[in-house]
Design a protein around this ligand. Structure first.
Ligand SMILES: CC(C)(COP(=O)(O)OP(=O)(O)OC[C@H]1O[C@@H](n2cnc3c(N)ncnc32)[C@H](O)[C@@H]1OP(=O)(O)O)[C@@H](O)C(=O)NCCC(=O)NCCS
Length: 311
């Protein structure tokens, strides 16, 4: 690995090391906080050390999973050795996804982001590439010049879960974690996304309730339910089968007392949009977009993984 140095300011871009994880996470939280403040969603742009620590407790399992399984993981370091930028990607089955891309607010717009993105999200690393993107103009500008295109807007539909009934001919059953479960979910994911993500599905199966939907014995969909306010992903081969699985997830969340659910939903998924709006869900103002070089993903039958680190 060669270290590279930019001229102004003199920061160093290097591969992330294990000891960088908390500092990188702090960059993510501070950068996101400043972004949310710019959009008017939070009062103060300042994210204190205590706020970083609190959110780390909630999110560390995910962040550590993605850190351990990263394809590319790079940090920018200032002359005092402080981590001030972080870019990371995950590669699954020939598909590269940008998982984190953040620069500290006090050193943004100085070229650090571009240098990090070049390393963490190279064009030639995988057959296909995708990004779960904020609306930050600098991020969008860099992304759209890196070979990805707009696919769909994504919003969180939020509500307190309430019991509901959806008429369906599907047989929906809880799924037991294990290699067989991973294999059937991989089949659905490959049909919808074009790639499988065994390592993430294994991770999710250990942490969230999950169901398979069958018709005539054939698996036609799956759903990961809620633990805390996080839920998903859900995928079905036919869009009209989505409400039955959404209802299973919502019913279980209501039963275990989840206070509020956030379904990270591609607006291309018209059936899910109708379900949520028909049930009085509200649209969270944090709007994101999926950018990809593969425009053949079928996101009209998909609900994303929440938190929004991967599709
Ligand atoms: C996105 C982010 C990581 C980029 O890092 P950065 O160091 O600020 O970015 P850089 O200075 O390297 O590059 C910004 C680029 O956007 C361009 N740019 C800036 N404003 C722009 C605008 N309004 N329209 C188009 N391009 C714009 C700049 O010219 C520059 O491109 P160039 O290198 O070709 O000149 C950083 O700004 C950030 O942390 N933003 C908030 C968090 C966020 O939204 N992250 C994205 C997560 S998906």
């Amino acid at each position: 690995m060669g270290l590279e140095r930019s001229t102004d300011p003199p920061f160093v871009i290097r591969r992330a090391e294990d000891g960088d994880i908390l500092a990188a996470y702090a960059v993510f939280r501070r950068s996101l906080g400043a972004y949310l403040h710019r959009l008017g969603f939070i009062d103060s742009p300042t994210i204190t050390d205590e706020m970083v620590r609190e959110s780390w407790t909630v999110r560390r399992t995910w962040v550590e999973h993605l850190w351990r399984t990263a394809a590319e993981n790079w940090v920018a370091v200032d002359p005092n050795g402080r981590v001030v930028g972080w870019a990371q990607s995950a590669e699954r089955d020939g598909h590269l996804e940008l998982t984190f891309f953040f620069v500290n607010p006090d050193v943004q717009s100085k070229g650090m982001g571009r240098a990090l993105l070049d390393r963490a999200f190279p064009r030639d690393r995988a057959a296909h590439r995708a990004i779960f993107a904020t609306q930050d103009p600098r991020a969008l500008s860099l992304y759209l010049r890196s070979g990805v295109r707009f696919v769909t807007t994504v919003v969180d539909f939020a509500a307190k879960p309430r019991p509901t009934t959806v008429t369906t001919d599907l047989e929906i059953e809880p799924i037991m974690p294990g290699p067989a479960a991973i294999e059937v979910i991989a089949g659905i994911e490959t049909a919808i996304l074009g790639h499988r993500r065994d390592i993430d599905i294994a991770f999710l199966l250990d942490r969230r309730p999950a169901w398979l939907a069958r018709r005539g014995g054939k698996v036609v969909g799956f759903a990961f339910g809620a633990r805390g306010d996080t839920v998903g992903p859900l995928g079905v081969l036919e869009p009209d089968d989505m409400p039955a699985l959404l209802a299973v997830v919502e019913n279980e969340a209501a039963e275990v007392g989840v206070p509020e659910l956030f379904f990270s939903t591609p607006l291309a998924n018209a059936v899910a949009v109708d379900y949520f709006l028909g049930r009085g869900y509200r649209i969270d103002p944090f709007v994101a977009a999926i950018l990809a070089d593969d425009l053949s993903m079928h996101l009209d039958r998909w609900i994303h993984t929440n938190p929004s680190y991967i599709l």
